[in-house]
Design a protein around this ligand. Structure first.
Ligand code: ADP
Ligand code: MG
Length: 423
C-alpha cells in the first residue's frame, strides 16, 4: 500500500536548538532566549466562534519555536527555516494590510504582534523593543492546525518577556495576549480569524481540552487523557489545495449574521442556548427563517454548539480510562454528526476530507470529522491507539486509489500552551 508520512513533534531540546542555530548563523550572535507556541486542533465546535458559540480545541505537541534578541532600536529582522531570505521591518512604519506600507508576507504575523501589543494598550508606545527573530517549526502550514497562531503566540510570549509586561503569568494576561494576536492576524496579516486558534495556543492546559466560550472569552479546562483509555487522536492532513476558501468563509459569516438579525438575536448563540434550555425547538427556530440557505447554516451552528456541550458532558462523566463502551459510542456519534452537519448543512467539507473521515470510520475509528474551517486542511479520527498506524495506512491507500496526493498524519494529544523554552 501507500506509505504514510507521520509528522512527529520535535522535543523542546530539538526545536530550541534549531531556532537558536538559525538565529546565530543569521545574526552572528546568540539569542536572548527561545520561546515556543503550539498549533491546535479542534475536537468539536466548528464555525461557531464567530457566532458567539463554543468550541473545544487542544494545544498540539507540535510547536513553533522562536529565538529572539531585543535590539536598541525599533528595527525588526526576521528569518524562518520555512521561508527564504532575511526580512527587515521598521516597527514604527507597520501599516494595516492593504494600506500603503503594509508588511508583505509572513513577517506580517510577527511584526503585527509587536504593533498590536501597543494598539491594544498592553504596552506603552515604544516599550516593545526592536528585535532579531529566528523561527523554526514542525507545525505544518495550511493544514488547518494553525501554524499562523503558533507563530503569533510564540512571538507574543517572547515580546511579553523581553519587554517585561508580565502578561504570560496568568490566564487574564494570556487572554489579552491572545486578543493582540487576533488583531495582528486580522489587521496586519489581513486574514480573518475568529479567536479560537490564539486562545488554544496561549490558554490551553496540558492534559485538557479547552472549552472556549467565544461570546465572553471564558474558558474551562476539560480533562482529556485519551492514552489512559487506550485511544489516540489521529490528525489526517489531506494536503489538498484549499478551494474558494476566502470568499466562502466571509459568506458563511454574513449568512449567520443575517439570520441572527432576522431572528432578532445578537448572535446565533442565544438561539442555541434557548434550544438547550427547552425554551424553543430547532423546528420553531428554523420556521422563523424564509431563506433556505439561512436555515441550513443555522441548523449547523445551533446543533454544533449543542454537540460541544454534549461532548464535554460525556468526557467529564467518563474521564480517563472510563472512556470506553457506551460513553465512547456517544463521543463517536457526536464527532460523526459534526462531520455530517458540516458537509450537508454548512457545505464546507471537500471530497478529500470526506474520504479521510469515511475511511477512518470504516477501519474502526470511534468517530471522525473534518476539523478547522474546511475546503481542505485536516480531518481527525478517534482511534484505538494500537490501530493508529493501520488507519493512517488505510487512509493513505484510499487517497492513492482515488488519485489524490499523499496525505500526512500526526498524533495529537492535549499538550502545553505557549511559553519560554528552557531546554
Ligand atoms: P494555518 O492553517 O497553518 O494557520 P494560515 O494560512 O493561516 O494556515 O497560516 C500560514 C501562514 O503563516 C504561512 O503562509 C506563513 O505566512 C505564516 N507562518 C506560519 N508558520 C510560519 C513559520 N514557521 N515561518 C514563517 N511563516 C510562518
Ligand atoms: Mg491560520
Amino acid at each position: 500500500g501507500a506509505t504514510s508520512d507521520v509528522l512527529t513533534a520535535w522535543s523542546d531540546a530539538e526545536g530550541a536548538a534549531r531556532a537558536r542555530d538559525l538565529f546565530t548563523a543569521t545574526f552572528g550572535a546568540p539569542p536572548a532566549g527561545v520561546w515556543a507556541a503550539p498549533g491546535r486542533v479542534n475536537i468539536v465546535g466548528e464555525h461557531t466562534d464567530y457566532n458567539g458559540g463554543l468550541c473545544l480545541p487542544i494545544a498540539l505537541p507540535h510547536r513553533t519555536f522562536v529565538a529572539l534578541r531585543p535590539r536598541a532600536d525599533r528595527t525588526a529582522r526576521f528569518v524562518s527555516a520555512q521561508e527564504p531570505g532575511v526580512r527587515e521591518v521598521e516597527l514604527d512604519a507597520v501599516a494595516p494590510a492593504g494600506a500603503p506600507g503594509a508588511v508583505e508576507g509572513w513577517p506580517a504575523y510577527a511584526a503585527g504582534v509587536a504593533w498590536a501589543l501597543e494598539r491594544e494598550g498592553l504596552a506603552p508606545a515604544g516599550r516593545v523593543p526592536g528585535f532579531d527573530l529566528a523561527v523554526d517549526s514542525c507545525v505544518p502550514y495550511g493544514a488547518g492546525l494553525s501554524s499562523s497562531a503558533a507563530l503569533e503566540c510564540a512571538v507574543a510570549v517572547a515580546l511579553d518577556d523581553v519587554a517585561g509586561l508580565g502578561l504570560s503569568a496568568d490566564d487574564a494576561g494570556r487572554a489579552r495576549l491572545a486578543a493582540a494576536c487576533v488583531r495582528a492576524e486580522n489587521d496586519i496579516a489581513g486574514a480573518p480569524t475568529g479567536g479560537m486558534d490564539q486562545a488554544a495556543s496561549l490558554r490551553a492546559r496540558a492534559g485538557h481540552a479547552l472549552l472556549l466560550d467565544c461570546r465572553d472569552g471564558a474558558v474551562e479546562h476539560v480533562p482529556l487523557d485519551l492514552a489512559a483509555a487506550g485511544l489516540a487522536l489521529l490528525v489526517m492532513d489531506t494536503r489538498a489545495p484549499h478551494r474558494l476558501v476566502d470568499g466562502q468563509y466571509a459568506r458563511r459569516r454574513q449568512v449567520c449574521e443575517d439570520a441572527a438579525a432576522v431572528l432578532g438575536v445578537p448572535s446565533l448563540r442565544e438561539v442555541a442556548d434557548a434550544s438547550m434550555a427547552g425554551e424553543t425547538t430547532w423546528d420553531e427556530v428554523l420556521a422563523g427563517l424564509d431563506d433556505p440557505e439561512q436555515r441550513m447554516r443555522v441548523r449547523h451552528v445551533i446543533s454544533e454548539i449543542e454537540r460541544v456541550r454534549f461532548l464535554v458532558a460525556r468526557l467529564t462523566h467518563a474521564p480517563g480510562a472510563q472512556l470506553r463502551g457506551w460513553a465512547l459510542d456517544k463521543v463517536a456519534w457526536a464527532l460523526d454528526a459534526s462531520h455530517t452537519s458540516l458537509r450537508e448543512d454548512y457545505e464546507v467539507s471537500s471530497p478529500e476530507l470526506d474520504l479521510a473521515a469515511d475511511t477512518a470510520r470504516r477501519l474502526g475509528a470511534h468517530g471522525a470529522r473534518m476539523t478547522g474551517g474546511g475546503f481542505g486542511g485536516s480531518a481527525i479520527a478517534l482511534v484505538d491507539a494500537d490501530r493508529a498506524g493501520a488507519v493512517a495506512a488505510g487512509v493513505a491507500d484510499a487517497f492513492a486509489v482515488a488519485g489524490y496526493g499523499p496525505p500526512a498524519f500526526l498524533l495529537a494529544s492535549a499538550a502545553a500552551p505557549a511559553g519560554p523554552v528552557t531546554a
